[in-house]
Write a protein that binds this ligand. Structure first.
Ligand code: DC
Length: 228
């Protein structure tokens, strides 16, 4: 088995990391892995098994005793043209984006045993594949030797507005709530002890606040072509 090319993409929530990663993967015919989806799938398991809830966030530590019951896989969906996540054989691509998962996932992602459990799987996914992986610690922890590291940023107001626009049911929340939740997650992600979100010295920073998707992708593909 051989290690393929690796493009690591990190950044705060809702900066458009996954959309960028997906687009690069399509362009280069690389495998795309959204590691946030993996932390979300573990969180979904915790909710489904009544281990964690909004009132019992710190119970997330108990999930560590159930890791051998959690199997995460990805399968390519031809019609959607994307890699989708499965939890114990069930496609959970939509469920993992729910508000309850979103509100609890940072509490799950800060637990060292859960991180090592997922990091090991993330490294295995790169064997025999060229890969674009997005998350928070891809360039710093999962693949410090990545062929290219991108760090995506965007203004909090712009991020909140984008996320709010994407929501199908806007009656459940407000723009202000979305923004507050986003800032809280930024703080939890960058303030945690284990693998906090940091920009690596060798990562190229891309600001996705005020550029069109076309401009952004043109700029990124220029960088990708020069490095890969
Ligand atoms: O990118 P996202 O919003 O889907 O990520 C969900 C959560 O998982 C977020 O709180 C940060 C965390 N995460 C992480 O800690 N490490 C990663 N590699 C990816 C995501």
């Amino acid at each position: 088995m051989e290690k393929g090319k690796i493009i690591a993409i990190d950044g705060f929530s809702s900066t458009g990391k996954s959309t960028i990663a997906k687009a690069i993967a399509r362009e280069l015919n690389f495998l795309h892995v959204d590691t946030g989806a993996m932390y979300r799938a573990v969180t979904l398991y915790g909710i489904q098994e009544n281990i964690i809830s909004e009132n019992d966030k710190e119970n997330a530590l108990q999930i560590v005793n159930h890791l051998d019951e959690i199997q995460i896989t990805f399968r390519y969906n031809e019609s959607e043209n994307q890699n989708e996540i499965y939890l114990n054989g069930q496609n959970v691509e939509n469920e993992i984006r729910s508000i309850s998962v979103t509100n609890l996932v940072s509490y799950v992602a800060k637990i060292p045993e859960i991180r090592s459990f997922l990091v090991e799987q993330q490294r295995q996914l790169a064997w025999n594949h060229n890969i674009v992986m997005d998350g928070r610690d891809i360039g710093s922890v999962v693949f410090p030797q990545a062929d290219l590291k991108l760090f995506i940023t965007a203004d909090a107001q712009v991020r909140a507005q984008r996320r709010f626009n994407e929501m199908e049911d806007k009656s459940e929340t407000t723009l202000e709530e979305v923004k507050a939740n986003l800032i809280q997650r930024d703080e939890l992600d960058s303030g945690r002890e284990n693998s906090p979100l940091v920009k690596c010295d060798d990562a190229i920073e891309i600001d996705n606040s005020n550029v069109s998707q076309e401009e952004l992708m043109e700029n990124i593909m220029r960088i990708v072509q020069s490095k890969i």
